[in-house]
Design a protein. Sequence first.
Length: 309
Amino acid sequence: MQTKTLKIGTRGSALALAQARETRDRLIKAHGLREEEIEIVVISTSGDRIQDRPLAEVGGKGLFTLEIEEQLADGRIDLAVHSSKDMPTFLPEGLHLSIFLEREDPRDAFIGRDVERLLDLPHGAVVGSASLRRQALIRRVRPDLKIVNFRGNVETRLRKLSSGDVDATFLAYAGLRRLGLADVVTELMDVRTFPPAPGQGAITVESRIGDKRIDALLAPLNHLPTSTALNCERAFLAGLDGSCRTPIAGLATVSGESVQFHGMVLLPDGSEAHEVMGEGALSDAIEIGRDAALRIRKQAGAHFFTDWI
């Protein structure tokens, strides 16, 4: 039986803690561990502390992982639990995303204060969102709306919405479900017209490459269909040098022995968008994502990626 205390690193938001606890509970069930044998270590990150500016201006989504990865690399924690969509495509040397838990519903959730649907918002209504992807998708269908930067954890954003700071906002449906807040949703967006961020809805665990003890503990938790889908999506993202500076959407779904992929890139103002589809065997998931990135680059043209970055 495992006797050495296992340390799980995580951010301190309610959602991050819920994801860490889910991982802990799965470890307990898989290995017959006691709760006191697993410690959840809360680590403050730069992304959590900087709330007054868009992430694109201050270093990107890596700001949510930097301090956690430092503690993982030097052994202060044994593994780190993240939202997959927050993870950069390139990780620090010696670290990898070792497993993915079974994916929750990946859709975006619209939450309106006075209306139920995005299309029902009055002309000039204010929508809060910190995501360039969501901003571009909103502008694509409602260029008349005013979009403002909207940082903060789930509870903070819902409080700002309730107090009238904005007329509506978007959040990941998966996160709301994990927090028991699914009832606040007024519209679930169609993934075909409002595709999610690559990795949205999936919890991933980051660990040290070659740590056989941790690999053995984590292996039973990996959900192969989710892992296959996420490898495809992250390959697409990597092929586009994707970061939070880039409005990129992508969703891979596994059906039987095949994987289907839908990707999209947009200009930040939503005025131009390009889509790509791909399908193939499960074993080719990464190549499907890479090929989709190459095809959408060719379709959009070099100017698309250089004119506004």
